[in-house]
Write a protein that binds this ligand. Structure first.
Ligand code: ADP
Ligand code: MG
Length: 233
């Protein structure tokens, strides 16, 4: 069963009185337990699309269904609950809390979800090791490199074991070597944790790392390519 289904989704912004179409008539189905990249140039609508999938925004027209749940059926409060339980998010600029250590940043969503202190400690230890930062838990984000910060953000996104993890240009603020290592880590986490991973990028090289690549241009889907069959649809 696909984990994400969009049907004829449109979304526009207003620049004063002028409507700016950001997504037009987007229909898309993303398979579960896959590593999927949304690829397109700057301004093509990637962030708008990810925000709709993340249940951070609602479309003007069309429907978004995540893990079988049509999002339009949920009130704003129910949507927030759904997001907390189902979706992890990784940002381009890491979005770590600067006054919390790496461990505390990872622990934060566990704390909000009411996980007990011993379970939180165990989960943080496990995640820090998984992202290669077992010895950096006490460091503040300011004491970590960009790549290390993004590793913390990946661990934080996985903390509550969401079935879907989204990342908006997670390598855009990193040099290409560090970016490649982050992509490899996300891929490894996707496989080891059996989650669906959807990330956006304007870097066409990253298409090679994905099971499925969705090309987006001027707010429209140009095509989908699956690594397994190599065919453009
Ligand atoms: P991408 O993430 O691929 O760079 P976006 O989804 O951010 O693309 O933007 C798609 C289009 O919507 C662009 O034309 C952009 O200028 C416009 N846009 C995005 N956010 C806003 C906003 N808050 N107000 C007005 N226009 C916006
Ligand atoms: Mg963007």
């Amino acid at each position: 069963m696909p984990t994400v289904v969009l049907e004829q989704v449109s979304r526009h912004y207003c620049m004063g009185s002028v409507p700016v179409p950001a997504l037009q008539d987007v229909s898309l189905s993303i398979a579960a337990n896959c590593f999927t990249v949304l690829c397109g140039p700057s301004g093509s609508g990637k962030t708008t699309l990810l925000n709709l999938i993340a249940a951070l925004d609602r479309p003007d027209h069309g429907s978004v269904t995540i893990a079988g749940q049509p999002l339009a059926a949920l009130s704003d409060d129910a949507l927030s609950d759904f997001r907390a339980r189902h979706i992890g998010f990784i940002f381009q600029n890491f979005n770590l809390l600067p006054v919390l250590s790496a461990r505390e940043n990872i622990e934060y969503p566990l704390l909000l979800a009411g996980v007990s202190a011993p379970a939180r400690r165990a989960r943080c230890r496990e995640l820090l090791a998984a992202v290669g930062l077992a010895d950096k838990g006490g460091h503040l984000p300011g004491q970590l490199s960009g790549g290390q910060r993004q590793r913390v953000a990946i661990a934080r996104a996985l903390a509550l074991r969401p079935p879907l993890v989204l990342a908006d240009e997670p390598t855009a603020n990193l040099d290409s070597q560090t970016g490649a290592a982050i992509i490899a880590l996300m891929r490894q986490m996707q496989q080891e944790h059996a989650v669906s991973f959807v990330f956006s990028s304007h870097d066409a090289q990253l298409l090679a790392a994905a099971d499925e690549s969705v090309l987006i241009c001027d707010g429209r889907i140009q095509g989908t390519q699956r690594a397994c069959d190599g065919e453009a649809a």
